[in-house]
Design a protein around this ligand. Structure first.
Ligand SMILES: Cc1ncc(COP(=O)(O)O)c(C=O)c1O
Length: 398
């Protein structure tokens, strides 16, 4: 029987594919170091875990409103005001099963068949697939390393057509770690207002910035006109080490928020009630835990970048935020490891996993096939071990 063409067109998540291969090798007893999945290695802070336990004990175990509990929707409004200078009412905020689900809701709410969504590459691989699931067409812009992987006005103009419905922005970026400056945000905001298109602003790494002179700015805060066209996406997975709790949120113009709530009510109902109560503790409680984790990530960022810089043939820009190092490996092309020639970043990653038991993500699915991504959301000890092995592999190339 014929299955859904839409579903068949969707690519398997390559980050997940790498982790399952790495998990398989681990199960075979191999000493694997993984720089694969973007997940903080910290435990969820104690006060948040306790709030989850209390939620169970207090009987917060039933359905809630599909868009989330009012207290949490309000806490998100308070957070957006406090951190981003944004004014939202609770009705404009939808709580979902992770930022990924929030993004899917947005695409479902705004796209019609054939609508185009501009996605600057390198991009987090799920955007393009989500756009396709929602019936849209991803239009990829390949940003340039010499522009710090930032979009230019010319690139936007070039990608724009009458069918363009939205542009996706991610700052700090997964996979480059770059933070978009006020000037670059302003350029995109002006473009979106002029063309009357939406901006989907994924701010999930907002709390993880390591340069004192870099600040997270939400594009929605740049004026009334861009506010009306922006959907802000955020969540607690990365900043509060809460990946498994599955809570993300979107803040949008009321009309779009209502559509997202309606879609979610039919497709998923409310996100987990216990996790919502825990998220309330995360957003309303002390933010010291976020700063502690940021400082630890910063140390790791400094270390991994220093190690990478010392390895010949591979190159990266110093990441300013998130927890990824985005490494160009074209310098190794044409070289051989134990007789096997490297012709792509995928080859580089395959040899690294097979011979040195280090898992990294080749970035073809992020729109940049000459790069690998290393997630440094892992211990210093493992980062050191992994970088020693990458160095060893590159030294063995002939
Ligand atoms: C840029 C970006 N957006 C969204 C997400 C999804 O986050 P969540 O775990 O809240 O669904 C990720 C996770 O890797 C991400 O890197």
């Amino acid at each position: 029987m014929e299955l859904s063409q839409k579903a068949l067109r969707i690519k398997q998540s390559s980050t997940m594919a790498i982790s399952s291969k790495a998990a398989q090798l681990k199960a075979e007893g191999k000493d694997i170091v993984t720089f694969g999945v973007g997940e903080p290695d910290f435990d969820t802070p104690v006060h948040i875990r306790k709030a989850g336990i209390a939620a169970i004990e207090n009987g917060d175990t039933r359905y809630t409103a599909a868009a989330g509990i009012p207290a949490l929707r309000q806490a998100v409004c308070d957070k957006l005001k406090r951190d981003n200078g944004l004014d939202y009412e609770a009705a404009q905020v939808i709580i979902s099963n992770g930022a990924k689900h929030s993004l899917m809701n947005v695409f479902m709410a705004i796209l019609n068949e054939g609508d185009e969504v501009i996605i600057p590459a390198p991009y987090w691989l799920s955007y393009s697939e989500m756009v396709k699931i929602a019936g849209g067409s991803p239009v990829i812009i390949h940003t340039k390393k010499e522009n710090q992987f930032m979009l230019t006005k010319e690139e936007l103009e070039h990608a724009y057509t009458e069918k363009t419905k939205a542009v996706v922005l991610t700052s700090p970026s997964n996979p480059t770690g770059m933070v978009t400056s006020y000037e670059d945000l302003k350029m995109t905001a002006d473009f979106a207002v002029e063309k009357d298109i939406f901006v989907i602003s994924d701010e999930i790494y907002e709390k993880l910035i390591y340069e004192d002179d870099k600040k997270h700015i939400s594009i929605a805060s740049l004026g009334e006109e861009i506010y009306k066209r922006t959907i802000v996406i955020n969540g607690v997975s990365k900043s509060y080490a809460m990946t498994g709790w599955r809570i993300g949120f979107a803040a949008a113009p009321l009309e779009i928020a209502k559509l997202m709530a309606s879609l979610q009510s039919h497709m998923a109902s409310n996100p987990n009630t216990i996790a919502q109560v825990a998220t309330l503790a995360a957003l309303n409680g002390s933010q010291d835990c976020v700063e502690e984790m940021r400082l630890e990530f910063k140390k790791r960022r400094d270390y991994i970048f220093e190690r990478e810089e010392a390895i010949p043939l591979i190159h990266a820009l110093k990441p300013e935020g998130a927890f990824y190092l985005f490494v160009n490996v074209t310098g190794t092309y044409g070289k051989k490891h134990e007789g096997v020639e490297i012709q792509s970043a995928a080859d580089f990653a395959a040899i690294l996993l097979d011979k040195k038991f280090v898992a990294v993500v080749p970035c073809a699915d992020f729109g940049m096939p000459d790069y690998i991504r290393l997630s440094y959301a892992t211990s210093m000890e493992l980062i050191k071990k992994g970088m020693d092995r990458i160095e060893e592999m590159v030294q063995e190339l002939a």
